[in-house]
Ligand binder design. Structure first.
Ligand code: FAD
Length: 533
């Protein structure tokens, strides 16, 4: 019996692509279709920006009503959004909370004078791209995943290939409207009486209050991005080039609009330099590439070609550029469908991709949940540019999986207003600038040892990575599994102002603490140990 079960598991693992294509993709497609229909109905019949205040009043009343419960019946507060809809890889136990419904999906107002757009928190990145790009704008900081929400990004963290110019998503937030634990509504900006809260809301994961609206900075755009693909051999060479292009060494340096690198091996990377462009001449029109269409090669595979072809250029329509990594979820889909980039698959079934993250989460069993961190690695990490080379070496020695993503990003020195982050260390600062150049190191995939069926201890590897992050003055993105004790978490994040805000805004007894909210809901140590053999 045991043998049979193992053989079945082995068979499913060996034929994972087929299982995903035959069962997962069609089910995910139907699942997605239901959501699209639900969203279309909501947009067509329920969208009512003018009723925003009414909806917020109803949320305040829900909280006030819950507060009337006797204390022994009260549980910590959280939103009622099902866990599987969130992009986070963890499953926060909402059943242990009093859930407040936040049905806020409308884009409220575009202010072209102030260059901000006011939105409700559940508006998705995909909605924003469809709304802003035809009007000649985009969010100053966005994400390449259409399903991410504006509110989720603001209360967690977001960064993109424009972040070397403007910093993290939180730098692009102009104001938050927050419902506190007593059911009152406050408007929070970086200059008003709630400025302490303004700096603590990012990275707070909804543990200080409920977000009911936010204003986000937008930037003017052109219809195309002129992309230059620069293949670079030699680790020092591509790291130096990234530091130069990103403005890490000189705040006056001419920076491209968009900048990223995909590292294909320790010694090989392609740096992508994008600038907004119009396409007028016939010659330029020949260089247009709709990279996000279903039949096109996965973007990172397309980029890899330039390692052999040499430097190249093309014009990418902005909408395609912004969602270029969406179909292959960076390179995550490759481990699910190894033949997914084959032209035959792309032409006939490419439109089914990507498998919906919400569906994948919805259908997660305890066994699959264990696999998400014992047989795979899924981490975004903020690190200073000073450790770029070292971080690639450390990631290789611990996980041995490529490609690796690098998005340079400013971390501003806001002095005492850093929220949960710490001011960049002096050696990490850009000379004469008010920021340090950091980057998102994205490591997604199946670790080399797992591929080779060697012993892989996920907990040991992740804890070693987290130690490297803490020693370097970096931060783990908290949407992914963390393996830190609460003391280590306190070392990575500065929770002084956060704890003061929890007390001042009466969140202490009402919302879970940040560490409790983001730590994995399963015993990763026990599961990791059991799977390491
Ligand atoms: C494949 C993949 C790739 C990614 N790549 C990147 C990347 O390149 N760059 C990057 O920056 N990030 C990246 N991320 C992470 C992503 O930014 C986060 O998951 C982010 O939190 C957005 O997800 P979400 O909208 O599902 O937010 P959620 O997970 O729903 O929300 C984040 C937190 O805020 C809370 N919350 C949400 N809305 C409210 C509200 N209205 N009131 C109170 N609390 C609320 C939630 O409970 C949760 O704790 C990636 C994630 C995935 C899965």
């Amino acid at each position: 019996m045991f043998l049979n079960k193992n053989r079945i598991i082995r068979f499913l693992e060996d034929n994972r692509g087929l299982v995903v294509v035959l069962f997962c993709l069609p089910a995910s497609f139907l699942f997605d279709l239901c959501f699209r229909i639900q969203n279309a109905i909501r947009r067509r019949f329920c969208s009512a920006p003018h009723k925003h205040e009414e909806r917020v009043d109803a949320i305040c009343n829900q909280v006030k009503k819950r507060n009337k419960l006797p204390s022994f019946l009260k549980k910590p507060l959280c939103t009622s959004r099902p866990n599987w809809l969130s992009l986070s890889t963890t499953f926060f136990q909402k059943n242990k909370c009093d859930k407040i419904s936040i049905p806020l999906y409308d884009i409220l107002h575009l202010d072209e004078q102030r260059m901000v757009v006011k939105v409700e928190p559940m508006v998705s990145v995909g909605d924003m791209v469809s709304y802003l790009v035809p009007r000649g704008y985009t969010l100053a900081v966005t994400l390449e995943i259409g399903d991410a929400t504006c509110g989720g990004l603001a209360l967690a963290v977001g960064m993109t290939t424009y972040s070397h110019k403007v910093g993290l998503y939180q730098e692009a937030v102009e104001s938050f409207d927050i419902v506190l634990s007593d059911g009152s509504l406050i408007h929070v900006t970086r200059n008003n009486e709630h400025k302490d809260l303004f700096y603590c809301l990012p990275w707070s994961h909804g543990t200080l209050g409920f977000l009911v609206a936010l204003e986000l900075k937008i930037i003017p755009v052109k219809p195309y991005v002129h992309m230059r693909y620069i293949p670079v051999k030699g680790q020092k060479a591509y790291c130096d080039k990234l530091r130069k292009l990103s403005g890490a060494l000189d705040k006056e340096a001419l920076m491209p609009d968009y900048l990223e690198a995909t590292v294909y091996s320790r010694e090989e990377a392609v740096i992508m330099v994008g600038n907004f462009a119009d396409v007028k001449s016939t010659n330029d029109k020949k260089l247009i590439n709709h990279v996000a269409r279903w039949y096109k090669p996965w973007f990172y595979k397309h980029v890899e070609n330039f390692l052999h072809l040499g430097e190249g250029e093309e014009f990418i329509p902005l909408g395609d550029y912004l969602l270029r990594h969406n179909r292959s979820i960076f390179w995550v889909v490759e481990s699910m469908i190894p033949f997914g980039n084959h032209p035959v698959f792309r032409y006939f079934l490419g439109w089914l991709c990507p498998p919906k993250p919400a569906f994948l989460k919805f259908s997660t069993t305890p066994g699959i949940r264990a696999m998400t961190f014992t047989k795979q690695v899924f981490q975004d990490i903020v690190l200073p540019m000073t450790v770029l080379e070292k971080s690639i070496d450390v990631a290789e020695s611990l996980f041995d999986t490529y490609p690796v993503l690098i998005y340079p990003c400013r971390i501003y020195n806001h002095g005492e207003h850093m929220g949960q982050l710490r001011p960049p260390r002096p050696d990490q600062m850009c000379p004469n600038g008010n920021y340090g150049m950091f980057y998102d190191l994205g490591v997604y995939g199946v670790p080399g040892k797992v591929k080779r069926r060697e012993r892989y201890d996920a907990v040991e590897a992740m804890r070693a990575m987290e130690k490297f992050i803490r020693d370097s003055g970096g931060y783990s993105f908290l949407y992914a599994d963390i393996f830190m004790t609460s003391e280590e978490f306190n070392e990575m994040f500065d929770l002084t102002l956060y704890n003061q805000c929890r007390e001042k805004y009466k969140a202490e007894d009402a919302f879970p603490h940040l560490y409790e909210k983001v730590r994995p809901e399963v015993d990763v140590f026990a599961i990791g140990k059991a799977h390491a053999n």
